[in-house]
Design a protein around this ligand. Structure first.
Ligand SMILES: *Cc1c(COP(=O)(O)O)cnc(C)c1O
Length: 354
């Protein structure tokens, strides 16, 4: 009988338990739906789709609208079914057998996972004690492995740490030194005080990836993109499957971009709520990390993380159990939800660790 490719057969898939609970704070989704106006406009526009025809292969209107948001033309925007598919296309194009991708742990697990699936070798460096990017360590990994692709994630999932501009510029200089590509994953970019999109230029090997899954309240739509040099976007277009972005999704994204203000207002509410949650967490017997995203990483001091996670589930509250991840022994990650959801989480946590 046929078996999977040996490296795939040995692989652990990517798992994020989807349990049926009352309060879901485990996957960093937005707790708020997109505006009703968007849903109505989308339902109306759907009637005009020519369902018997292939969609616009270039997704030009959507790419124009996204480019408008970032002050660049559509030729600098690549769109796909979630930013994970953007990462996959990048690795199919610039990684692959005989090539290497670098990550600094702890970080987003899919950077190394998708690298391996595409046959790209992975080198892992370490973040500093406080989980910030350690430039000495980055220099060591890049000069030793000369990776084709280097990943940064800012704000970093699952730690919440934001890299400042000086740090990203220095990493970029090192990446340029080995003729590599720097990928800055900004899935939580709108929560952060600055963005690496300002570094993008035709002769600079950097791309920034974004998603509609978090700040745009559209995880169900599976839509993500990157901003990068036009020549690089043209290479990705050769690799991605033809007509990969369906007509409905193209409309959903284009219509969402008409209401940037509503998105920014949601982000502001979550940022304010994040301070409230961090204040309450800080009063408990926990280690709590500062966050530039819509989640907070914490570690119970007197109880095992996995036990606390289980007792939360028994109270119908789901957070992310990171306790077995590299360097995150005993840690849990909670997504910022509505005030009610966060209160339910905080009350339960206070009870469990009291
Ligand atoms: C959630 C997340 C993504 C989003 O992936 P999509 O495929 O767009 O839903 C990408 N990168 C990071 C770091 C994330 O946390």
């Amino acid at each position: 009988m046929i078996t999977a490719r040996p490296d795939v057969a040995l692989m652990d898939g990517y798992h994020s338990p989807q349990l049926d609970v009352r309060v879901r704070l485990n996957t960093n989704e937005s707790p708020e739906a997109p505006p009703q106006d968007w849903t109505d406009a989308l339902a109306g526009a759907m009637r005009s789709i020519e369902w018997n025809r292939y969609p616009d292969r270039e997704a030009l209107e959507l790419r124009r609208a996204i480019g408008g948001l970032h002050g660049v033309g559509p030729e600098q925007i690549f769109v796909a079914n979630g930013s994970n598919e953007v990462l996959q296309t990048l690795l199919l194009t610039f990684g692959g057998p005989g090539r290497t991708a670098a990550v600094w742990e702890p970080t987003y697990a899919l950077h190394s996972h998708i690298s391996r699936i595409t046959g790209t070798g992975v080198v892992e460096g370490e973040r500093a004690e406080d989980f910030s990017t350690d430039l000495g360590e980055v220099a060591r990994v890049i000069s030793a492995a000369r990776p084709e692709v280097s990943f940064l994630c800012s704000p970093n999932n699952p730690t919440g740490v934001v890299d400042d501009e000086t740090t990203i510029r220095e990493v970029l200089a090192m990446v340029e030194g080995v003729e590599g590509l720097l990928v800055v994953d900004e899935a939580y970019g709108q929560f952060a005080p600055w963005s690496a999109t300002g570094l993008i230029a035709d002769d600079v090997p950097v791309v920034v990836t974004r998603t509609f899954s978090k700040t745009w309240s559209m995880a169900a739509a599976r839509l993500g993109y990157l901003i990068g040099p036009a020549w690089l976007v043209a290479e990705l277009d050769k690799v991605v499957l033809p007509y990969h972005l369906d007509a409905f999704k193209q409309l959903a994204g284009t219509l969402a971009l008409r209401d940037v203000d509503a998105m920014e207002a949601r982000v502001q509410r979550l940022v304010a709520e994040r301070s409230r949650v961090i204040d309450r967490l800080s009063a408990l017997d926990l280690e709590v990390w500062p966050s530039g995203a819509n989640f907070v990483l914490f570690r119970p001091r007197s109880r095992r993380g996995a036990e606390v996670w289980q007792q939360m589930v028994e109270r119908s509250i789901l957070v992310r159990n990171c306790s077995s991840w590299p360097r995150l022994d005993g840690c849990l990650r909670v997504t910022i939800g509505t005030t009610d959801e966060d209160d339910a989480f905080l009350d339960a946590l206070e009870e469990i660790i009291a």
